[in-house]
Design a protein around this ligand. Structure first.
Ligand SMILES: [Mg+2]
Length: 308
């Protein structure tokens, strides 16, 4: 349950008296920091995350409107909600502030209860938005990342790898004979097995940049930035072995237990087209599925060009 009294607040004002009044009105918040100039404010925003920023319109080095606009531009997704602290303000300036991305105004002279109420409202809204953002990136059944999040992270890691000229590896994994399992055991068992597989795959995520996602249906993907092909392939081999050892009953499979197949691809990016890496892992997986399943296939350009 969200505690609307929590939250991380940044106060930006060049007047120490205003800072003191705001800080004492918000002393119940988790974190209250302050900055006296635009430059200081940018530094704080780079180093910390805030839910609400209380921003003076006139600062010594720049206008609050410009600060607001730049903060919104830098991190549009996780942006803090910005409330302007103003004296008397014209309707034109108010429109300017709202267009710059502010969500509210608090007028001087400051009133403690008004400050508390406004901040509480915006903390709740920020919390609700953050929750929706988080949920939109997760798969509902397994709780791991979804395909959308995978593609966002892959795009970002691909750019980094291209700059550093280091490899990016992908492992596509698909549960074998899953449709037969659902048909014979029911979707509840199928769902439980998918959750188990997701949990198993999560153990392979060792570094901050690694990612495991449900790609769709019974298909999962493991993104391993910086990992060479052989490393990714051995991660896949280990996961397949661990699943076999769990001996999850699957009467419709010739193996008798739940197994999965994997396709691995690896590239050092030469251009922006990360989609090829996905296609190659998918092709390798397809080959594993066409063969005996319960195996790992590495994408090899020469090998595959003769057959695809
Ligand atoms: Mg001022």
């Amino acid at each position: 349950m969200y505690n609307a009294e929590g939250g991380r607040i940044l106060i930006v004002d060049d007047d120490p008296i205003i800072i003191r009044v705001l800080a004492s009105a918000l002393e119940h918040c988790d974190v209250v920091m302050f900055a006296k100039t635009g430059a200081e404010a940018f530094k704080m925003v780079r180093q910390h995350e805030f839910d609400v920023i209380l921003l003076d319109v006139t600062l010594p080095d720049m206008s609050g409107f410009d600060i607001c606009r730049q903060i919104q531009l830098r991190s549009p997704e996780s942006a803090a909600r910005i409330i302007f602290i103003t004296g008397r303000i014209s309707a034109d300036d108010e429109a300017l502030g709202l267009n710059a991305g502010a969500v509210d105004f608090i007028r001087k002279p400051l009133h403690v209860d008004v400050i508390k109420a406004r901040v509480r409202t915006h903390l709740s809204l920020k919390q609700a938005t953050d929750k929706l953002n988080r949920q939109s990136r997760l798969d509902g059944l397994t709780g791991i990342s979804n395909r959308l999040e995978f593609e966002t992270v892959l795009r970002r890691e691909w750019q980094t790898a291209r700059r550093l000229q280091r490899p990016v590896s992908l492992v596509f994994l698909d549960v074998d004979f899953f449709k037969k399992l659902n048909d014979s055991q029911g979707h509840r068992v199928g769902d439980q097995y998918l959750q188990t597989v997701a949990k198993l795959l999560s153990t392979a995520v060792k570094r901050g940049s690694d990612l495991v996602a449900r790609y769709g249906g019974e298909e999962f993907v493991l993104l391993l930035p910086g990992a060479p092909m052989q490393w990714a392939a051995s991660v896949a081999e280990n996961l397949l072995a661990e699943l076999r050892e769990m001996k999850l009953t699957h009467p419709e499979s010739p193996y008798g237990f739940l197994t999965m197949s994997a396709g691995v691809s690896c590239q050092i990016p030469v251009d922006a087209h990360y989609e090829r890496l996905v296609e190659q892992a998918d092709q390798a997986l397809y080959r594993a599925k066409k063969d005996r399943r319960n195996m790992v296939v590495k994408f090899d350009r020469q090998d595959f060009n003769s057959n695809f």
